[in-house]
Design a protein around this ligand. Structure first.
Ligand code: NAI
Ligand code: MG
Length: 499
């Protein structure tokens, strides 16, 4: 099974891959009720690198029961300060195993190793440390009530309870930690379902959490498919909240499933994020930013800047800069030195993305760079730029989730009209504005219908900054204190001091 794996993979990662992976429930690796297994691929080669358990709905029942047991038992007795210490130990263990985690993330997600080692792993360590600080600081308030007589009133911030977390394949480590860290900080117990395509690093994180002293049952990892595992979690009467990142279609299913017990729901559903470049912008920096956003990780980024709007006066030079970068990108295995861009996650995703590029051309767009699948093995798509894109075309309106940039120009100076064009999307996750005019930058930031606005940057990966979308990009905000709010309930207590 693991005979053909990439030679650059280190000993620890190799040993992990060759294990007989199980489900992590109640602090132990246990077998499934079912017994079926799923093959896990290296998307750069299409080869099988491991197999994991295909869990069943009754495995989900066991995991939810374990989480409930921990929530009402050992976990509740852990003081906030001790929770902080456990989370900091967890962060330290991730650092100590950084190479192994980065290599596993690379070989399973396809992302180049330097991004995994210098981006994903330090990013999740920061997220844990940041959230660990909130445990002792998320107290309630003493509102000044105006009720007749004398009252003492206060609010308590309590864990929302047992949380189901369902995550996608594009950033397996980050998506796991964006959900685990605030849930732990808030005192919740978790049942996480990683993507059926990229479950490996979540399993490893679950082990490290135990090693850090986080009590058994607090973090359970159940591998398997959207149905039955994800759907069972979303519908489960013993789950108090479900947090999801992925497609809008699955998000809607989760909402319906969650309606049974009206569990809390948070959703991060991707986007079609505009990048607006004014003629005074630093075009070199803007081109580099655009390329890193839409081609980095082969465009499989929810906030990828996928619709580019450049002022007419800067359009030609900007496109030339982008095409030069796109054509110069080295595609390859994430573990090969010098790889700029890896594959997309699967054959299905490759076909999806190639289908979009084809449909764009059929609907009248012009291929400016790239154009389709690449290489004899693995799931590679060339960095692609389409020009002449118009609203109503599928490539304009829908999330492609591949390395495909839709470029458009504008000849207007009216900020309201420019913003209206950029806002003409059912999505509203992110927007990026490029200008040196500070007034224009702030005015545009206010006009964008997006949860995240970056000025003279394409991304701002920081644990303090709330992340989430307007419109159909989702419900709620991850990162920052807003993430703590997602995992807590507020209780108002009022005491009539006269009775
Ligand atoms: P998906 O949304 O179906 O999968 C994401 C997660 O949801 C996986 O863990 C999956 O097992 C789970 N899931 C699937 N069906 C479920 C159900 N009925 N109930 C509960 N959980 C379920 O995404 P998919 O099909 O892998 O990708 C399709 C498209 O979705 C992509 O091309 C992209 O446009 C978008 N997407 C967006 C992401 C984002 O970060 N916003 C991430 C992944 C996909
Ligand atoms: Mg799906």
């Amino acid at each position: 099974m693991t005979t053909n794996i990439h030679p650059a993979l280190g000993e620890a990662a190799r040993a992990f891959l060759s294990r007989e992976h199980q489900l992590l429930i109640d602090g132990r690796m246990i077998a499934s009720d079912g017994g079926r297994r799923t093959e896990i691929l290296d998307p750069a080669t299409g080869e099988v690198i491991a197999t994991v358990v295909e869990a069943t709905a009754s495995d989900v029942d066991r995991a939810v029961a374990a989480a409930r047991g921990a929530l009402e038992g050992a976990w509740r007795k852990v003081t906030p300060a001790e929770r902080t210490r456990m989370m900091l130990r967890f962060a330290g263990l991730i650092e100590a195993n950084a190479d192994e985690l980065a290599q596993l993330e690379c070989i399973n997600s396809g992302k180049p190793l330097p991004f995994c080692r210098n981006g994903d792993v330090p990013g999740i360590v920061e997220m844990l440390r940041y959230m660990a600080g909130w445990t002792t600081k998320m107290g309630g308030e003493t509102p000044n009530v105006s009720l007749p007589g004398e009252w003492h009133a206060y609010t308590l911030r309590e864990p929302v309870g047992v949380v189901g977390q369902i995550i996608p394949w594009n950033f397996p480590l980050n998506m796991a930690m964006w959900k685990i860290a605030p849930a732990l900080a808030a005192g919740c117990a978790v049942v996480m379902k990683p993507s059926e395509q990229t479950p490996l690093t979540a399993l490893r994180l679950g082990e490290l959490a135990l090693e850090a002293g986080i009590p058994p049952g607090v973090l359970n990892i159940v591998t398997g498919f959207g149905h039955p595992v994800g759907s069972a979690l979303a519908a489960h009467p013993g789950v108090d909240k479900v947090a999801f990142t992925g497609s809008g279609e699955t998000g809607r299913r989760i909402l319906q499933a969650a309606s049974g017990n009206l569990k809390r729901v948070s959703l991060e559903l991707g986007g079609k994020s505009p990048v607006i470049v004014f003629p005074d912008a630093n075009l070199e920096a803007a081109a580099a930013g655009v390329c890193s956003s839409i081609f980095f990780h082969a465009g499989q980024i929810c906030a990828a800047g996928s619709r580019l709007y450049v002022h007419e006066r800067a359009y030609e030079p900007m496109l030339e800069l982008i095409a030069k970068r796109a054509n110069g990108m080295k595609m390859g295995h994430g573990l090969d030195a010098g790889t700029d861009m890896g594959p997309v996650i699967s054959r299905r995703q490759l076909d999806r993305v190639a289908g979009y590029i084809h449909s764009g051309q059929e609907e009248g767009a012009t291929l400016y760079a790239g154009g389709g699948a690449s290489g004899e093995r693995g799931f590679f798509v060339q960095p692609t730029v389409l020009t002449g894109v118009k609203p109503g075309m599928k490539v304009h309106d829908e999330e492609i989730f591949g390395p495909v940039l839709c470029a458009m120009s504008f000849d207007d100076d009216d900020l309201d009209r420019i913003a209206a064009t950029a806002n003409a999307s059912t999505y509203g996750l992110a927007a990026s504005i490029w200008t040196k005019d500070i007034g224009r930058a702030h005015k545009m930031a206010r006009r964008m219908q997006a949860g995240i606005v970056n000025v003279n940057a394409l991304s701002s990966p920081d644990a303090t900054l709330p992340y989430g979308g307007y419109k159909q990009s989702g419900w709620g905000r991850e990162r920052g204190f807003e993430a703590i709010e997602l995992y807590t309930e507020v209780k108002a207590v009022a005491i009539n001091l006269n009775n």
